[in-house]
Ligand binder design. Structure first.
Ligand code: DCP
Ligand code: CA
Ligand code: CA
Length: 370
């Protein structure tokens, strides 16, 4: 691929290593060297719940994000493993401090999740990838000495490639992908690693005989557009070649916030579910109002007893911060959902509000959990 010099950018993606578990290790050095598993207990008692993340020692035993706590215990029964309950407040406090460190190193900064951020270091590095690597080493040292946390960094000409690169040498690694090496670098990587490829799209691509990004790059654009539509098809064609012109931009505000809760028992009793939904609504409402925000979008999510998630959303005519409206809308979304999904009972219920607007004269939004 030929890069015009003025277009050439040096982009970094910083991803904190086994983040929640590493914070726990930092808080209690006595657990270092043992498998550490951070769990989301469902509240139904016993080991009901899932693993949020695990340190690398636990991963050697096949334990990682998303598996059940019961299965993790089984896999680790021969060792003295440490099972802890998630402490979101602690992780978001550490995350905020680390993000403040990272942002100092870029011409532009964008936090992408609780444990990852993009930096544009084009000017800072004088478009020199070696200088980019030096900066990455400095960032790693700074975060380690100040916050005792290791991270992995990808450096590339686009956000898309930098993100994939950050995952290559973990933990505590740096992966540099120069412009001329982008296609070769991407070629053997599974399509699933591309932003926008979920389980469903992955399957569709597999059915087309496409497993790697290299195979995707060889697919005819017409075929891609026919399968995925113009917008997504073109995106995949570009992405397969590492083409991504999206800028590193600060997100002014969180795009959404959500809460989820497991019901005491599986049910279709709307009164019981609404009770829980109202609690979630109050919690979400108090966070957003505290931050001076109003919102237009409300989504209700129900995870049924077959573990399939169903969502119903509504956009209000104008922004609101009225708790009664949230409760009313959520209640009617739930009724619709129950009326349409008649075969299963509800296991978990969740709510999301989005499309935020800011009230004049309010303080800057700083403390969203991403
Ligand atoms: N997380 C979660 N549930 C998931 C995935 C992640 O609760 N299914 C949480 C726990 C992680 C954090 O988000 O610590 C960041 O997710 P990552 O995917 O970046 O995973 P880790 O940081 O834990 O590990 P890695 O070293 O592979 O980045
Ligand atoms: Ca991480
Ligand atoms: Ca991450």
């Amino acid at each position: 691929m030929v890069f015009e010099l003025q277009q050439l950018r040096v982009i970094m993606h910083v991803d904190l290593d086994y983040f929640f578990a590493q914070v726990e290790e930092r808080e209690d050095h006595a657990i270092v060297g043992r498998p550490v598993i951070v769990c989301v207990y469902s509240g139904r008692g016993g080991d009901s719940g899932v693993v949020s993340t695990a340190n690398y020692i636990a991963r050697k035993y096949g334990v990682g994000s998303g598996i059940s706590i019961a299965l993790a215990k089984k896999k680790l029964k021969s060792v003295e493993a440490v099972f802890l309950s998630v402490n979101h407040q602690l992780y978001s406090m550490v995350s905020k401090k680390i993000m403040c460190i990272i942002r100092k190193y870029g011409d532009a900064f964008e936090q992408a999740s609780i444990d990852e951020a993009y930096l544009d270091v084009t000017d800072r590095s004088g478009r020199d990838f070696e200088r980019g690597r030096d900066l990455a080493i400095e960032i790693q040292k700074d975060i380690l000495t100040t916050e005792e946390i290791t991270c992995s960094i990808g450096i590339a000409p686009s956000k898309l490639v930098a993100k994939i690169a950050a995952g290559i040498h973990k933990p505590n690694g740096i992966t540099l992908v120069r412009p001329e090496a982008v296609e070769t670098f991407l070629s053997p990587i599974p399509v699933r690693e591309l932003v926008g490829v979920g389980a469903k799209t992955e399957k569709t691509l597999h059915n087309l005989g496409v497993r790697t990004i290299g195979e995707l790059a060889n697919l005819d654009l017409g075929r891609l557009v026919k399968t995925f539509g113009k917008k997504l098809g073109t995106y995949f064609a570009d992405a397969a070649l590492g083409i991504d012109h999206s800028r590193v931009e600060e997100r002014g505000k969180a795009e959404s916030i959500s809460r989820m809760s497991t019901l005491k028992e599986n049910t279709r009793d709307s009164e019981a579910i609404v009770g829980e939904l109202n609690r979630l609504a109050e919690d979400l409402h108090s966070s957003t109002v505290k931050d001076g925000l109003s919102f237009r979008g409300i989504t209700v999510v129900a995870v049924m007893d077959d573990l399939k998630a169903h969502t119903r959303s509504k956009t209000l005519d104008k922004s609101s911060r009225d708790l009664t409206i949230v409760k009313q809308v959520a209640g009617s979304l739930l009724e619709n959902l129950l009326a349409e999904e008649t075969n299963h009972q509800v296991r978990r219920i969740g709510m999301k509000i989005f499309d935020f607007a800011k009230h004049e004269g309010q303080k800057q939004l700083t403390d969203f959990t991403l």
